[in-house]
Ligand binder design. Structure first.
Ligand SMILES: C[S@@+](CC[C@H](N)C(=O)[O-])C[C@H]1O[C@@H](n2cnc3c(N)ncnc32)[C@H](O)[C@@H]1O
Length: 271
């Protein structure tokens, strides 16, 4: 793992290494209602919304930036029949994605690669109709450059969809931010920052939704369901990891519930 990317304790690599265990799948089923390999705050309503947007704009070539296990974007590709490219910095995530794609018979219309999405991506200009990035922009140290690269990748009128779970909307203590920011790089921005950046880069914001309440619910449900599976999880993760993950999820839920840190979902089109 490239060490300059990670400033907190290593999280995603180990998480994806355990992604396929029975208990991990059971927790996703209980928390999200259905297991499509979620790793974040994406509800099934949001998943359906993404499908609708991509369908509405007839997107054929879609890239999922920081795709994680690839499961959610593979479900989208199945729903709309698009070509899918997934990129994530974690080899374990991409290994899971390749496995999912093969099991769905989707290997021909999908590609998954390991790359640092905080840097320019290794694809030609204007090669995609849609860029999706769910719950990962907060990991990029230079988001304006990243958005600029998304703009480069998109065809004219191409669609950008992303969710940012770190928009500052209240007073946050040092203790809270240390825990919330503990999993990989973390950059939070004030309200309005994303909209201004998108506009200056050459995007038109066509919609945004506040999904903070749903993030709070998902984080809270993860704490509760993981607690029920405590023994099995401690066997898999170790006691120290289990506790720090529970703490992270509790603080995430509290920050969202108290509207200190908000999650916003954006849709924009390339001008
Ligand atoms: C909260 S998860 C979201 C995964 C996926 N988008 C989803 O909705 O299920 C954040 C993802 O960002 C990835 N990530 C973090 N930093 C990254 C980077 N610099 N380049 C690419 N991926 C990165 C992690 O490996 C992880 O898969």
């Amino acid at each position: 793992m490239p060490s300059e990317i990670y400033q907190g304790y290593e999280f995603y690599g180990s998480q994806y290494a355990r992604f396929g265990t029975a208990v991990a799948a059971e927790i996703r089923r209980k928390v999200y209602g259905i297991d499509i390999g979620q790793q974040g705050w994406r509800s099934m309503d949001e998943q359906r919304q993404i499908v609708e947007i991509l369908r509405k704009y007839s997107c054929r070539d879609v890239i999922d930036v920081a795709c994680g296990s690839g499961g959610p974007s593979l479900a989208i590709a199945q729903a709309i029949g698009c070509n899918l490219t997934g990129v994530d910095v974690e080899q374990n995530a991409i290994t899971a994605a390749l496995g999912f794609a093969a099991s769905l018979g989707k290997s021909d219309s999908t590609q998954f690669i390991v790359a640092d999405c905080g840097k320019q991506l290794p694809f030609p200009d204007v090669s995609f109709d849609a860029v999706i990035c769910i719950d990962a922009i907060l990991h990029f140290a230079h988001r304006d450059d990243v958005m600029g690269d998304w703009h480069r990748l998109l065809r004219p009128n191409g669609i950008l969809i992303f969710a940012d779970a770190a928009v500052v909307t209240g007073a946050i203590s040092k203790e809270e931010i240390i825990i919330r920011a503990s999993q990989g790089s973390f950059v939070c921005v004030p309200v309005g920052y994303n909209e201004a950046a998108l506009q200056s880069i050459g995007f038109k914001v066509i919609g945004s939704f506040d999904t903070t309440k749903i993030e709070a619910e998902i984080a809270c449900n993860l704490v509760r369901v993981r607690e029920k599976h405590r023994t099995a999880l401690i066997r898999e993760e170790g006691a120290e990891w289990f506790q720090s993950r529970q703490k992270f999820l509790s603080v995430t839920s509290e920050l969202a519930n108290n509207r200190k840190l908000s999650r916003l979902f954006y849709m924009a089109s390339k001008l």
